[in-house]
Structure formats: structure tokens, C-alpha cells
Design a protein around this ligand. Structure first.
Ligand code: ADP
Length: 484
């Protein structure tokens, strides 16, 4: 199959979250399965252009507010033949942020910026004479592709090309004022309750959900949850309407990067048979966090890595902190995000010696926290998939998680037999304290069972091979449905 991925992020080029991990890893696995995969991404400022090869000719991209000329710059995903084309348009993409000047602000022309990505991806197919069997687009940034296929490609070689829209996080919908419909170039017939219109606004993700051949989210549980009012972010009715087109595929992890046996970013490597390296990592983590009591006594270290936002339950950790410390737990937090939360974590760390906080985006430290902690805290309010709990399993760090989305699908509670972690009964402070308390009790009173759990966790496999075969099936179904 020929598969085109339209995405706003992909590792190793540019990443703000799990979307980038998926778009960097899935194409490689699909190629291994024998498919031809290409990616289209904007050329943001933070993507250096020195290793990219520019086309001789620019690419004209029609929009509702005139043609935008982009320069395609090419490279390949490392160690592969996956062609990556960056669309360069400095007025749109040559800025410090990806989506806005800060995590909480957006660029005002974001609709145009991602209209150009979506339309540009289709124009590129014509320029290259390379026509995919299916187009896989991601999140609101890629969500105009299904509409553009219908509106502008009815008489082109792309006329029967099916689309798959993956929702990595339903909370981010690409919502703009109705005036921006004029930017997309789509007619007003695409602006009604069946398509892009949402409470009088333009909602790009909604347009994608209603028009894509198939839709998926990044875990089966999240696919079910978003059809309910509680998790639907206002789009639950739209999603229920398309329930027969909605799938859930749990992400894999890149085991060449996240593997304690080979990880060059941690001070010692280890396996489930010989965990002595994990103790070295705990020692190193305790040293840099000045929490030496964690190695000299029987205190546990609980890590947190991720965005410091409400979704991730970061405030629950802050509120539970005195009780966690009392239980005998040292907490290490690495993250950036909401400025209020960042400030609260800094303040808490200044007062509480058993809390260490790094307000930073730091891959190396993320690896050390995964390897050197005993527990990983993920008290998310919702979690489409979550990667950190999968990394934690691989590193023998037992996750303490809420029972939602991808956390529900990937972690088995200690009480359910064959446990690999500890599930909270609700996203609340008492439930977090209760679950951490169970972990501490097991560690102290039944060390052999705790060790068995670590080994079981490390034996769980979430490699991309499995997820890629599910995507293969979904692509085939999309092609069948479009009569292609
Ligand atoms: P989300 O996509 O909702 O942010 P995920 O758990 O799916 O959450 O993926 C987050 C990814 O970003 C993981 O690979 C995680 O290790 C990484 N990450 C998040 N915050 C940081 C940070 N401060 N430093 C290093 N890596 C981080």
C-alpha cells in the first residue's frame, strides 16, 4: 500500500507530545511490513534546513485567500526510505512556537497555517505524480484533508482516495471564528451541523470526524469514552453518529529508544533477570535530586514526567504531596506547562525536601526518572493513550494510574491478579494516596511479590509491530469502503 501521513509533528524532527512519537514510529513499522509511506510536515523554525534537499520548483497551494507558494524540502526518516517532505513558507511557519507563542496562546492565523499543510499535501501528490492508496491525517491540524478530497479532488486521481483521521487528543479541536471558513476555500455548504459548523464557529476537527472515511483514537477505551458527554468535549453526539466508523488502536513504543537493556542515556543498563542496574539508576536519581534518604532507607521514589496541565492530574500530586511523603515516598517531577502549576511545583519543592522538581523538557532526565523510580504517577483525568506508563512498564517502574483511556487498556491492577501497576478508583487525592499506599505496603511487606510485579511489567510488550498491523487493517477497510 502507498500511505501518505499528513501531520504537524514527527520525531526526530519536531515534538511537543505523543503525536510526534506516533508519526515518527508508525511509518517505520509500516515500511517494515512492506508499505510505501510518505510524510508531509510544515518546516517550522526549529527544524534546521541544512540537511534537507529543496525542490527546484516551489509548490502552489490554493487557499480561500489566495495561493500560497511553499518550497518542498525533502529528507528521509532515519534508517529508512520513508520520504519526508517539509513545506516551507516562512511567513506562516518561521516562528519560535509550533501553534502559538506559548503553550496557552495560539497564533491567530492557525487556520490558514494548517489549511496550507492539508491542501499542500494534496498538491504535493500531483506535483510528484505519487498517489497514495490512503491518506492518514492527524488531529485538527490534518483534519481538513477529508473535506479537501471531496471538494477539490472529485475529478483528479485522488477522487476515490480514502482518509483516516486519528484523534490523539479530543480536547484540541482547532476552533476558529466562522470568518475563517473563507480561509479554507471550502464553500459554505461545508458549514453546517453535519460538517464544520460548531455552535456558530468553525471546528476543523469536527469537519474531519464527519467527513473522514474512518476515524480512530489511540486506545480502545478512549474511543468508547469520547462518545459520552463526560469525555466528549462537546463532540460526543458527532462521534456517536459515526460510531460504526470509529476504531481504537493503542500506540506502541519505540523499543530502540525506550529499552533499559540498551539505553545509553541512563547510568547503568539492566534486564528483568538482573535488576542491579536499576538500583544504580535509583542511586543516580537520588543523588541529583539530593534525596539520598531514598537509597539509604526503604523510601520509594515516585516519578512524574509530562505536561504540567490539569489533564495529567498534576495538581492532584501537589495536593497529595504531604500524605505521599508521610507514606514514605520521595517524588521527582519533570515537566513544563501551565505557568500556575509550574510556580506551585517550584514553591512546593522549596518547602518540601522529599520533592524534586525540574521545570524543563529534558529527554535524558525523562529516561533517568523512568529507570530510577520505583513508581510512576499518572493520575490523568483522561488519557487518550499515554506513553509514559508504557515506558514505565518497560523500565520495571510500576505505574499508579487512573482507570481511563489508554491507562485502563495497558495497566492491570495489582488486585486483579497478574498485576502490572496500581489503578486509582477515581481521579482524586484520596484515591491517589490509597493506590500509592497499596504500592508502599506491597514493597515493604511482600517484597517478593513487588519484584514479581516488576518482572511481569517488564515482560509486557507494546512494540509498534502490533499497532502497525491494526493500522494496516484499518487502511484496508478504508480502501474497501471507498471502493478503491
Ligand atoms: P501527551 O502526548 O498527552 O503529552 P504522552 O504520555 O502520550 O502525553 O506523551 C508524552 C511524551 O512526551 C512522552 O514521550 C514523554 O516522555 C515526553 N515528555 C513530556 N514532557 C516531557 C519533559 N518535560 N521532558 C522530557 N520528555 C517529556
Amino acid at each position: 500500500m502507498k500511505i501518505l501521513q499528513v501531520t504537524s509533528e514527527a520525531v526526530p524532527f519536531v515534538k511537543t507530545g505523543g503525536l510526534a512519537d506516533v508519526c515518527g514510529a508508525l511509518p517505520l513499522e509500516l515500511e517494515r511490513l512492506g508499505h510505501e509511506v510518505r510524510l508531509v510536515i510544515p518546516r517550522y523554525q526549529r527544524i534546521g534546513r541544512s540537511d534537507l534537499t529543496p525542490d527546484a520548483e516551489p509548490l502552489g497551494v490554493p487557499t480561500g485567500v489566495g495561493e500560497r507558494w511553499c518550497l518542498p524540502l525533502r529528507t528521509k526518516l532515519p534508517q529508512s526510505d520513508v520520504l519526508v517532505t517539509f513545506l516551507e513558507h516562512d511567513a506562516l511557519y518561521d516562528r519560535p512556537g509550533l501553534y502559538g507563542p506559548s503553550e496557552t496562546e495560539e497564533y491567530r492565523d492557525n487556520c490558514l497555517r494548517f489549511t496550507v499543510l492539508c491542501r499542500g499535501a494534496l498538491q504535493l501528490c500531483h506535483k510528484d505524480g505519487w498517489y497514495p492508496d490512503v491518506i492518514h491525517c492527524h488531529d485538527w491540524q490534518g483534519a481538513q484533508v477529508p473535506a479537501f478530497l471531496r471538494a477539490f479532488e472529485a475529478d483528479s486521481p485522488l477522487s476515490r482516495t480514502p482518509s483516516l483521521l486519528t484523534i490523539h487528543n479530543l480536547a484540541y479541536q482547532g476552533r476558529f471564528s466562522a470568518h475563517d471558513m473563507a480561509v479554507t476555500g471550502l464553500g459554505w455548504d461545508f458549514f453546517d451541523w453535519r460538517t464544520f459548523e460548531f455552535h456558530g464557529d468553525l471546528n476543523l476537527l469536527k469537519g474531519g470526524i464527519t467527513l473522514a472515511t474512518l476515524i480512530n483514537t489511540v486506545s480502545p477505551s478512549y474511543a468508547r469514552e469520547i462518545q459520552t458527554k463526560a469525555y466528549g468535549e462537546g463532540l460526543d453526539a458527532t462521534l456517536r453518529h459515526r460510531f460504526d466508523r470509529l476504531r481504537g488502536v493503542l500506540n506502541g513504543i519505540d523499543t530502540s529508544v525506550w529499552n533499559p537493556k540498551t539505553d545509553a542515556l541512563i547510568p547503568a543498563r539492566y534486564t528483568s533477570k538482573d535488576l542491579s542496574g536499576k538500583a544504580v539508576c535509583k542511586g543516580e536519581l537520588s543523588t541529583i535530586s539530593h534525596q539520598l534518604s531514598a537509597i539509604s532507607s526503604d523510601r520509594l521514589v515516585a516519578g512524574f514526567v509530562g505536561r504540567l496541565v490539569e489533564q495529567k492530574g498534576a495538581d492532584l500530586i501537589l495536593d497529595a504531596l504531604p500524605q505521599l511523603v508521610e507514606l514514605g515516598v520521595d517524588v521527582c517531577v519533570l515537566g513544563t506547562g501551565d505557568h500556575d502549576l509550574e510556580a506551585r511545583f517550584r514553591q512546593a519543592a522549596a518547602l518540601e525536601p522529599h520533592l524534586s522538581v525540574w521545570i524543563d523538557f529534558n529527554e535524558e532526565l525523562a529516561h533517568l526518572i523512568q529507570a530510577g523510580s520505583d513508581l510512576l504517577l499518572m493520575p490523568s483525568l483522561y488519557e487518550p493513550c499515554g506513553l509514559n506508563q508504557l515506558y514505565a512498564l518497560a523500565y520495571g517502574t510500576l505505574p499508579v494510574v487512573t482507570d481511563v483511556g489508554g491507562l485502563r487498556d495497558s495497566i492491570v491492577d495489582d488486585g486483579d491478579g497478574d498485576g502490572t501497576g496500581f489503578k486509582m478508583r477515581a481521579p482524586t487525592v484520596p484515591a491517589l494516596v490509597e493506590s500509592v499506599g497499596r504500592a508502599v505496603a506491597l514493597y515493604r511487606d511482600q517484597p517478593q511479590r513487588f519484584l514479581d510485579m516488576i518482572r511481569r511489567a517488564m515482560g509486557r510488550s507494546f512494540a509498534w509491530e502490533v499497532a502497525a498491523t491494526y493500522y494496516e487493517e484499518i487502511y484496508s477497510e478504508a480502501i474497501d469502503r471507498s471502493g478503491g
